[in-house]
Design a protein around this ligand. Structure first.
Ligand code: UD1
Ligand code: CA
Length: 445
């Protein structure tokens, strides 16, 4: 038991996103904002995570499972949202961390600092995470006393000119003493510019009840709130910068870091070199000593040690690339296993297939895996050699060590070590081209 519970607010309509999708499901580095928060808080090993959702947000419930969800029947404000989670906290005596689902970049270190400050002195009822952004925009302002303790949070819509001039802003993240939370929440009303129940009012309420409230300061880069698509892009940029640094710190060379995009779950081995303009979608694992050449797009793929990918490669979900495989330019691989040392060097589509060890797939080879209704598998044995411009009409098998002549359309099993050629007989007429040109020239006169 760590005596920490988290309440993540995710019930807001997110109107400013202009989206059919709930705001907290919008993604940063390929993962929903709310899931970034759950990932981060998991490092604190909370006893309980509660996500507050609006009615009908089944997609959010699905995304956050197994976290508990509480439904806020009507979006009456952040205070009302936290109150909706309280029935789940009846027995809970520890500290409650409140996070906003639209503030996904916070780090576990910052959360730990808040918990530590809350616990330093038992008279502290609330710790608020403040920050000093370059542009304080419409964030709530933190009013402190000369001792540095927090007196009140004033929402922008309710702030006087003097209060708007305060540079210290409310990030929304709070640590609240669990034994007091019910009492503090009960005292919140909606007597303000927006007629909402503001969570931020609990600071003033706690103080009038004789408790102390404190501020922990955090970096703007952790506390950006995402209300619109411009801020979503800003948050993405901050997250990407973090993954790039983590990759380089872990032994990966990025020739042009700013042009490489990672997903939150990308894993990279040692001595990987990534050339410019490479995009990693979700579910990618890259082994050691891999080189990923420029302009490649990779998702749902596992790449073994020593493999070479690209330039201009497209690896789609289910691509399982073993050690020392070579994937060249303009090659697309989907749901296919390429065994050790296999080569697909140019202009190919490999889908629903197995390519055996050391097999060589010639330029322009296509696995014809789809008949408009169903998908079928192509199986190519170890050491097989597929000539250029071959169409493999699945389901089809090419045995170990077999050779398929260039330009063939393969529809039947090719036996182990056989040669298979499917080509019509060539016709050659000597001097025909010269005579043809002469005839045309004559007609023109
Ligand atoms: C809030 C703070 C503001 C702070 C800012 C930081 C309040 C009253 N204001 O303002 O002081 O500077 O965040 O980003 O808290 N939500 C619900 N139910 C509701 C309303 C909101 O679950 O009824 C959720 C939203 O989904 C969102 C979060 O609470 O994840 C914050 O709500 P939002 O409306 O974005 O608050 P801000 O106006 O940004
Ligand atoms: Ca917000």
């Amino acid at each position: 038991m760590t005596d920490i519970a988290t309440v993540i607010l995710a019930a807001g309509a997110g109107t400013r996103m202009r989206s059919k999708k709930p705001k907290v499901l919008h993604q940063i580095a390929g993962r929903a904002m709310v899931s970034h928060l759950l990932d981060t808080v998991s490092a604190l090993e909370p006893d309980l995570n509660i996500v507050v959702v609006a009615p009908g947000m089944d997609d959010v419930c699905e995304e956050v499972a197994p976290a508990v969800t509480a439904v806020q029947i009507e979006a009456l404000g952040t205070g009302h949202a936290v109150a909706s989670a309280l029935p789940n906290l009846k027995e809970f005596q520890g500290d409650v961390l409140v996070l906003y689902g639209d503030t996904p970049l916070i780090t576990k270190e910052t959360l730990q600092r808040m918990i530590d400050m809350r616990r330093e002195d038992d008279g502290t009822a609330v710790v608020v995470l403040g920050f000093e952004p370059d542009d304080p925009l419409e964030y709530g302002r933190l009013v402190t006393n000369p001792a540095g303790d927090l007196e009140a949070i004033v929402e922008f819509a309710d702030a006087s000119e003097a209060e708007k001039a305060i540079g210290l802003c409310n990030s929304g993240v709070m640590a609240i003493k669990g034994t007091l939370i019910q009492d503090l929440m009960d005292a919140i009303d909606n007597d303000n510019a927006k007629n909402e129940y503001y969570l931020t009012d609990i600071v003033e309420i706690a103080r009038t009840k004789g408790h102390v409230c404190k501020v922990v300061k955090g970096a703007e880069s952790e506390l950006l709130g995402v209300n619109n698509r411009m801020q979503l892009a800003e948050a993405e940029a901050i997250a990407q910068k973090r993954w790039r640094h983590a990759a380089m710190a872990g032994g990966v060379t990025l020739i042009d870091p700013d042009s490489v995009f990672f997903s939150a779950d990308t894993t990279l081995g040692r001595d990987v070199v990534i050339e410019p303009n490479v995009f990693f979608g979700p579910g990618v694992r890259i082994g050691d000593d891999v080189r990923i050449k420029a302009n490649s797009h990779i998702e749902g793929t596992s790449v073994g040690d020593g493999a070479q990918i690209g330039p201009f490669a497209r690896l789609r979900p289910g691509a399982d690339i073993a050690d020392d495989v070579k994937i060249g330019n303009f090659v697309e691989v989907k749901k296919a296993t390429l065994e050790k040392g296999a080569k697909v060097s140019h202009l190919s589509y490999i889908g629903d297939a197995r390519i055996g060890e050391e097999a060589n797939i010639g330029a322009g080879t296509i696995t014809c895996n789809y008949d408009g209704y169903d998908k079928f598998k192509t199986d190519i044995g170890a050491g097989a050699f597929i000539g250029s411009n071959t169409a493999l009409v699945a389901p089809v098998t090419v045995g170990d060590g077999a050779i398929v002549g260039a330009g063939s359309t393969v529809t039947r099993t090719v036996d182990k070590d056989a040669l298979m050629v499917e080509r019509s007989t060539e016709v050659q007429k000597h001097g025909w081209a010269e005579r043809f040109r002469a005839m045309k020239a004559k007609l023109k006169k």
